[in-house]
Design a protein around this ligand. Sequence first.
Ligand code: UT7
Length: 322
Amino acid sequence: MVYSRITGTGSYLPARVVTNKDLEKTLDTTDAWIRERTGIKRRHIAAEGETSADMGLCAARKAIEMADIDVAEIDLIVVATSTPDKVFPSTACIMQRQLGIHGSPAFDIQAACSGFIYVLDIANRLIQTGGAKTALVVGSETMSRIVNWQDRGTAVLFGDGAGAVILQACEEPGILSTHIHSDGQYENLLEVPQGISSGFDTVRDGGAYIRMNGNAVFRKAVAMLGSAAKEILSKNGIDKSEVDWMVPHQANLRIITAAAKKLDLPMERVVVTVDEQANTSSASIPLALDTAVRDGRIMSGHLLLFGAFGAGFTWGSALVRY
Ligand code: UT7
């Protein structure tokens, strides 16, 4: 039996930091409101011309270095992004060119904030069925380009960044299981209501920016994160007390705290980066993972629980022996 395991992690955050105080100057909001309702203190914002592929590449190089592999060993690239550089080619193909790799499959997946769980699921299955041996799995987002900076209800919530892992074939299970779900009936609760096919318009629906019914999304997010975690633990016959670290999608500290409470998991065993990075969508889980790996909290042998939810709605979970 072939399994896959994470052998390297990497992440990247743009240099420019925008604090809540900075946002107070242009929006009818306060640092106190943002901290209290979301836990967010600051976010990183991509420089002009800095793209999802550029950030993904920086994260990928760090993951490749940690895995101690030659770039030529990578035989699969999957990138989760809702903010690709171009309509085509895919961000994964652009990164493939930047890395100097030729011939291996490279493609993007769009599953909004759950994107990283989706690409992890796909890469793991391809490795298990012999389609690849060494996969570069990335989440990278320039959310700042689809944020309406005049809308206080969403502008305070998002940030830019990228995270990556190297997933390699092995004899012992690293990825224990992954579960992905969607339900399109919630389309209107969280969306960028324009696109290539429906057309772009600066007036219709307020432009091509994130539009969200925050409170409805909040309630669904807590329920979905909780149910996804319970589903994966029961399918693997693992008790919640065995989980060393929960690495959840980072949208709002209150959502994370509520989901941890449902699992009776103390916050000391939950990786939180939303305070420093805000919601980086599909990049948030690999960014949080890399942060906790590099500061020494996550160690070899630890059992990790990933959980995410996002527009669609999409949601999912992964159980990983690091
Ligand atoms: O990755 C998935 C994507 N998104 C999420 O997961 C986000 C999920 N939702 C949330 O995180 C929360 O719903 C928010 C942080 C967006 C909002 O928190 P809330 O506790 O649900 O507040 P609310 O939407 O019910 O709004 C409460 C009040 C409203 O004023 P009124 O109507 O009570 O007078 C808002 O207009 O807070 C107001 N408000 C703000 N005030 C100051 C909304 N945004 C702001 C703001 N600053 N930035």
